[in-house]
Design a protein around this ligand. Structure first.
Ligand SMILES: [Fe+2]
Length: 249
């Protein structure tokens, strides 16, 4: 039996070194689709390189993130912190016309991948919403009809499951975690961030999903953080954007 296989990547944030490491780690595998949950750009020093790499991925399904949108319409960065604003302005000045056009065409989530499986950036209710709490998850479960939803935006790898007893939260820890998702239980899962992890683990984060068997695999890998930092500093982007990569915050 041929089993479908999806690769899940999110929040790359112009970090070419992290994206390259993830793509290298999975290079021998074939995916029916690569599902990208938004925020290709912002924060990091390689926006054009990341967009070019992403465009080369076959069977890519992608939704836009808030940083992708802010680069297209800078009025949307009003509530960004100062270093994020500086990075958006620099990204606008650096992106080629073609790559800006690519970001313009990205779709708004949620996007249905197959029956019962959706992806989005923030939450299925609102692409810009930070889904952190059990209550946020409960509202999303109530508002949308899905079995499994993969989301990004918070850069925090975690899983919310809705059972008869209510919503259960778990932080996805370690370098490798595997779980067969239970039938009859609904899930909201964040595979973490490829390019700017924020759970105090600086390793790049991504996941795989096999819908037939409901197997979910979460992975962390090392990448060349020093090189990613050097690019940020070379472009005179805020030092804090380089330093946070090292501590994963
Ligand atoms: Fe992000």
């Amino acid at each position: 039996m041929v089993r479908r296989r999806y690769l899940l990547i999110s929040d790359i944030h112009s970090n070419e070194e992290a994206l390259s490491a993830v793509l290298r780690a999975v290079a021998r595998k074939k995916y029916d689709s690569v599902l990208c949950l938004g925020d290709l750009v912002g924060y990091g020093g390689s926006p054009n390189q990341v967009i070019r790499r992403i465009q080369k991925i076959k069977n890519l399904k992608i939704v836009r993130g808030n940083h992708d949108k802010a680069v297209i319409d800078s009025s949307l960065m009003a509530n960004f912190n100062n270093s994020a604003k500086v990075a958006v302005k620099w990204t606008i000045s650096t992106l080629t016309k073609e790559n800006l056009n690519y970001l313009k065409k990205l779709s708004k989530g949620p996007m249905e991948i197959e029956k019962g499986l959706i992806v989005c950036h923030g939450s299925p209710i609102d692409e810009d919403y930070y889904l952190f709490s059990e209550f946020d998850a409960y509202q999303a479960f109530e508002s949308f009809n899905f079995d499994v939803c993969f989301f990004g935006h918070t850069h925090y790898p975690c899983m919310f499951s809705l059972t008869e007893k209510g919503v259960v939260f778990s932080h996805l820890r370690g370098n490798y975690y595997e779980e067969t998702l239970k039938k009859g239980v609904r899930y909201l899962i964040n595979p973490g961030s490829v390019g700017q992890p924020r759970d105090r683990n600086p390793q790049s984060s991504f996941a795989e999903y096999y819908p037939e068997t409901r197997k979910f695999v979460f992975r962390r890998i090392d990448y060349d953080i020093e090189k990613a930092k050097r690019k940020i500093l070379k472009e005179n982007l805020p030092e804090s954007l380089a330093n946070r990569l090292e501590i994963g915050s």
